[in-house]
Design a protein around this ligand. Structure first.
Ligand code: NAP
Length: 311
């Protein structure tokens, strides 16, 4: 057990956590950033970010994250690999269990983000890493010249489908209903792409190839005609949204019915000194810039809290 008490610990190293790290580090609070199981968060597995202000030509997601990390490090933020096993927020200082170590801290910023959602089919789960992937930028390269499918109807699915056209011969985009959630600009780009074929009103019943340990196709069903068919593909990419990483705080702070942390006045949780920012508490905007903005707010609240309650 470490006998020092930290001023602040930040859980998560995506856009929200890194912005909180820059601000708290500049305030000389020497934040400890726990990187989590997906260091860099969702931006680190995305491609070109065109809507983060200040980058007229766009910037690659991993580069943006790397820049933020360098900026935080320059001011004294400390980074550590690993993820939070459990937290005791009922006593002060708060106790955080990380591996075999317990870290004590006066304040806590939860910026643990959200992770990719899976369809939940046994065949899908069995083939993760064998043709089923939730990360086009990580795995797209392996499908050069092949036919693949992307599932989802939001911006993530459009972005993945467009990115995968760099490698794949053909991308079939499967969506479970007629209307798309994706923004008009992303949807139009995907529709206009000659390598992308849309199949709306279609659900995946089974991923084929479990016995061979390699995806060979999909058994799909048109929900309007109820017709089943086989789509021969060698890769399936998931683009169906995310699940908040807040389970470890269940019972200690309030979560909503989908597991997002409930905040009031932007970043306050029901425990004084514990703040939540970014996608773990935002189911509405979920943008890099809004995550960064809320990370800044959490950091400013930490400063204020420590001023009022002492370090
Ligand atoms: P999203 O907008 O929530 O879309 C998820 C999609 O997956 C929906 O079309 C949903 O269908 C479908 N889906 C969910 N569960 C499913 C299931 N079990 N089976 C089949 N389909 C399922 O999520 P997102 O696309 O990840 O986007 C999240 C946020 O990030 C949005 O605000 C988006 O604008 C933003 N984003 C922006 C960019 C960019 O600007 N470059 C890129 C990526 C994401 P239904 O529509 O039927 O519910």
């Amino acid at each position: 057990m470490s006998d020092t008490i930290r001023d602040t610990v930040i859980i998560g190293s995506g856009c929200a956590g890194l912005t909180a790290a820059i601000y708290t580090a500049r305030a000389n609070l020497k934040p400890l950033v726990l990187e989590g199981h997906e260091p860099g968060g969702q931006l680190s597995i995305t491609t070109l970010v065109e809507n983060f202000p200040g980058w007229p030509e766009g910037i690659q997601g991993p580069q943006l994250i790397e820049n933020m990390k360098l900026q935080a490090t320059r001011f004294g933020a400390e980074f550590r690999m690993g993820h939070l096993a459990s937290a005791d927020l009922s006593k002060r200082p708060f106790a955080l269990k990380i591996g075999s170590e317990t870290i004590h801290t006066r304040t806590l910023i939860i910026a643990s983000g959200a992770s990719a959602r899976w369809l939940g089919l046994p065949s899908e789960q069995a083939l993760i890493g064998h043709g089923v992937s939730s990360c086009a930028t990580c795995d797209g390269f392996f499908f050069s010249g092949r036919e693949i499918a992307v599932v989802g109807g939001g911006d993530s699915a459009m972005e993945e489908a467009l990115f995968l056209t760099r490698f794949a011969e053909k991308v079939t985009l499967l969506h479970r209903r007629e209307q798309f959630r994706a923004s008009r600009i992303m949807l139009d780009r995907a529709i206009a792409h000659p390598k992308i074929q849309f199949r709306a009103n279609t659900i995946i019943e089974e991923v084929l190839g479990v016995e061979q340990k390699e995806v060979s196709g999909l058994r799909i069903r048109d929900i309007v005609t109820n017709e089943e068919s086989t789509l021969p593909i060698s890769g399936l990419f998931l683009g169906i949204g995310h699940i908040p990483n807040a389970k470890m705080f269940e019972g200690q702070i309030d979560l909503d019915e989908d597991g997002y942390i409930k905040t009031h006045d932007s970043v306050f949780t029901r425990v004084a000194g514990v703040y939540a920012c970014g996608d773990v508490q935002d189911r509405r905007y979920r943008q890099a810039i809004t995550a960064a903005g809320s990370g800044c707010m959490a950091a400013l609240e930490v400063e204020k809290y420590l001023e009022e309650h002492g370090r």
